[in-house]
Design a protein around this ligand. Structure first.
Ligand code: ZN
Length: 184
């Protein structure tokens, strides 16, 4: 196995830290749009073998370069593996001189989590079954829940807004929201 040493941590623009989904990669300095962040390093293995490992061992860190070669990014020395997936990423993966790298899609502020889109195949295989927990998807869930709560509140307003007073008093509610569901 070939091990490549990455950038020394003191020169790096990132750190590994706690994220909502476990560990993640966080910017420690401003990163310019398009700037190189880190290599997704690992041994090159035949894509055929990588797919077998994914199916058999649920190997999660296979980065497919093409139908022939895949980078096995499983070792912890591969800092790139700590970057989480997002459906609204601030970084992207790219091939540069045969190496897989992550680079900034836009300017990234210190403290921001560095994320990239893992791609459709990975999403279907590993993320979709449990539900995506990226900021975009969790925001969508929060918005749906808030909408549901608003709909319930409109059905039986605890403290209706002034403009809703007339309507809510005049028309009887046609939604049968049980009172014990109004907790907030
Ligand atoms: Zn998502």
């Amino acid at each position: 196995m070939t091990r490549r040493r990455g950038t020394h941590w003191r020169d790096a623009c990132y750190r590994i830290g706690r994220s909502t989904t476990g560990l993640g990669l966080f910017a420690t300095a401003p990163i310019r749009r398009g700037a190189f962040i880190v290599e997704y390093s690992g041994e090159r293995i035949p894509t055929r073998d990588a797919r077998a490992r994914e199916r058999t061992f649920r190997a999660r860190y296979m980065f497919e370069i093409n139908s022939r070669w895949t980078v096995d990014g499983s070792p912890r020395t591969n800092v790139g593996r700590y970057a989480n997936h997002s459906c609204r990423p601030n970084a992207e993966s790219a091939l540069r001189r045969g190496k897989v790298i992550l680079r900034a899609l836009r300017a990234i502020e210190p403290g921001e989590e560095i994320t990239y889109d893992y791609g459709e195949e990975y999403f279907e295989l590993f993320i979709k079954p449990k539900g995506c927990r990226c900021t975009k998807c969790t925001e969508a869930v929060t918005m749906r829940e808030a909408k549901k709560r608003r709909a319930q509140a409109t059905a039986r307003p605890a403290r209706p807004a002034a403009r809703d007073l007339r309507r809510s008093r005049g028309a009887p509610s046609n939604t049968s929201a049980p009172s014990d569901r109004r907790r907030r």
